[in-house]
Design a protein around this ligand. Structure first.
Ligand code: F6R
Length: 615
């Protein structure tokens, strides 16, 4: 997730902003940049890769090397902005790194978030003669301010705000005016009030060593900071707002995890926002966007094949159900690690989609290379911009879910399911289907919020759940991959044996395992037919005195069959194609709290790596 920081004050702002960027590193980034005024002009200095390490290519200086000489900062400025970028629109390179400067050179901005209507704005600005230097959505902000500027900097920013849709926070400096303006809608921004200085940033990290006094901006507010620590907070319409000054309540270590005990828990909680980031800039011009993402898709698709490993493969399995049922195209999901060793039969009209969070998984990359060699249509659904799989695929969709730091994948899974649904809308020529899907996607962030109402209950039952020696996760149809993913989470972070199974297969073997040491975890949601069949399987387990935990959107029906030793978690209803997103969240929380109760190393479980780059 991008980070922004800006300084106005008497010290050397380059040093303050540089140190602030280092503190924002935990958010994950692939490029970095600083902008400041020098001799009446705005100057920017950018680099790809880490701020202080030369890890891009030998001889390519990092930001620190560009800014310092003999260990000292060689530039000095009192109004400075800086940015760590996690690429969303456009590859991670210096051209796309922030700050972005308006064509005239008069304004520079750093931006966090997504400008949903950037495409329309960009076309409008281009028709007025503005030339874009980057592929980012952010650059429209700098040009718009320039376009609206008529001797009043603040007015130009306010007019720009009326044009922007999306979630954003940004900082802007002007060549002529000695102020720093920051504004926010949907993305975080806070203002550190120091002695004769103001620091504005994505969180408190960049200034917590200089001041503990902070103002948290609300959406649709902006701050105009001046020298001597003066500032005004205003509404987007320009009305002055009195803000309460608060005390930063955390130490530095806690803030890096946003106050959460582990990155995994933070990432589980981010999902309302991350699923939205995957769909929001796409759904309003869905057909054009998708055609741009998947150009030259074959007319008569033979099969859609999802390729991946682990969690990503399970997202692909969800895709298989969606593609067959709603697009009526034959589909399969393949473990990349199996696929690459069995000389698969592939046809030219096969559409192969590599699904990967890291974009670096060796088996998935090799599978994609094989299908490419056989002439199939290839593409990727990937989180990490510019990763090897993304480059090899050459087309497809980025998740925009931000960096996933916890080794156990959580938010990538839910965003992958969104991306897979978006892809399938390209195959389904039915406007009412598309409209219903878009409507339901827009409701998802709120429904995900409702799932967290069950968190306290899950936390409370954890000591009892943690006593079980093994778990059988059972789901049918589109909930079968959810069962697999729920079991994977329990295995990898709690180190308890857990198995995902199709609930219809249960009586063909696993039912023999039912005893007091095993908990059966059922996912029972969705269409009546599927619901009823899975419920029948639950009744079979209860008849053998097994204990169950049920995730369901219809508690009333399920409760008839449960007794005091059983557990039930109610989730909101949605359409079946999106239900795995809702249903997996309680299972992520369950694995998390059991692992935490047992004292496991949650963010870095034993024997596991975040990306598996060997076959
Ligand atoms: C599970 C997990 C792994 C990954 C798998 C694929 O929590 O993290 O199973 O899903 O290694 O990784 P990516 O998605 O990076 O290709």
């Amino acid at each position: 997730m991008c980070g922004i920081v800006g300084y106005i004050g008497n010290d050397n702002g380059i040093e303050v902003v540089f140190n602030g960027l280092v503190r924002l590193e935990y958010r994950g980034y692939d490029s970095v940049g600083i902008g400041f005024k020098e001799n009446g002009k705005i100057k920017t200095i950018k680099s790809v890769g880490r701020i202080q390490k030369s890890d891009v290519a030998p001889g390519m200086p990092n930001l620190e090397e560009k800014l310092k000489e003999d260990g000292k900062f060689k530039f000095s400025s009192h109004i400075v902005i800086g940015h760590t970028r996690w690429a969303t629109h456009g590859a991670p390179n210096e051209r796309n790194a922030h700050p972005h400067v308006s064509m005239s050179g008069r304004f520079a901005i750093v931006h966090n978030g997504i400008i949903e209507n950037y495409y329309t704005l960009k076309k409008e600005l281009e028709s007025k003669g503005y030339k874009f230097a980057s592929e980012t959505d952010s650059e429209v902000i700098a040009h718009l301010i320039d376009y609206f500027y008529d001797s009043d900097f603040l007015e130009a920013v306010k007019k720009t705000l009326t044009k922007l849709n999306g979630a954003y926070s940004f900082l802007v400096i002007s060549q002529k005016d000695d102020v720093l303006i920051g504004t926010k809608k949907g993305s975080p921004l806070c203002v550190g009030i120091g002695d004769n200085e103001i620091i504005i940033s994505s969180d408190e990290m960049p200034f917590v060593d200089r001041t503990k006094k902070v103002i948290y901006l609300s959406d649709n507010e902006l701050v105009v900071a001046q020298f001597n620590g003066k500032y005004d907070v205003k509404s987007f319409e320009g009305i002055n707002i009195e803000k309460e000054i608060k005390e930063v309540p955390y130490d530095i270590e806690a803030i890096t995890k946003g106050g959460y005990k582990h990155f995994m828990l933070k990432e589980i909680h981010e999902q309302s926002m991350t699923v939205k980031n995957t769909f929001i800039s796409r759904v309003d011009h869905i057909d054009t966007m998708l055609r741009d993402n998947f150009p030259n898709l074959p007319r008569n698709i033979n099969r859609v094949i999802y390729l991946g490993c682990g969690t990503s493969l399970y997202a692909g399995m969800v895709g298989m159900y969606i593609t067959e049922r709603y697009a009526h195209v034959p589909s399969r999901a393949e473990y990349a690690s199996e696929f690459i060793y069995r000389d698969p039969v592939i046809f030219r009209n096969d559409v192969c989609i590599a699904v990967s969070q890291s974009g670096e998984t060796a088996d998935t990359k090799e599978a994609l290379r094989i299908v490419k060699g056989k002439g199939a249509y290839i593409s990727g659904i990937v989180n990490t911009v510019g990763s090897q799989i993304a480059r090899l695929a050459g087309r497809g969709m980025y998740l925009h879910a931000g960096p996933e730091i916890g080794v156990a994948s959580t938010k990538a899974f839910t965003s992958q399911i969104i991306a897979i649904n978006l892809f399938n809308m390209l195959l389904i020529d039915n406007n009412s289907y598309k409209q219903e899907m878009i409507n339901e996607m827009k409701k998802l962030p709120m429904k995900i919020g409702e799932v967290f109402d069950t968190e306290d209950y899950i936390k409370d039952i954890t000591p009892e759940i943690a006593k079980y020696k093994s778990f059988l996760y059972l789901g049918r149809d589109i909930n079968y991959p959810v069962a697999l993913e729920g079991a994977l989470k329990m295995k990898e972070i709690a180190y308890i044996h857990a198995e995902g199974y199709s609930s219809g297969e249960m009586k063909h073997g696993p039912i023999a395992l039912v005893d007091e040491n095993m908990l059966s975890v059922f996912i029972i949601t969705g269409e009546k037919k599927i619901y009823q069949k899975t419920l029948n399987n639950l009744i079979e387990i209860k008849a053998r005195k097994g204990n169950v935990l049920v995730i369901t959107d219809n508690v009333g029906e399920v409760k008839k069959y449960l007794d005091n030793d059983d557990y039930v978690v109610r989730v909101p209803c949605t359409i079946p194609q999106l239900s795995p997103i809702i249903n997996i969240i309680p299972l992520q929380l369950l694995a998390y709290y059991v692992a935490d109760y047992l004292g496991r190393e949650i963010d870095k479980p034993r024997n596991l790596a975040k990306s598996v780059t060997v076959e």
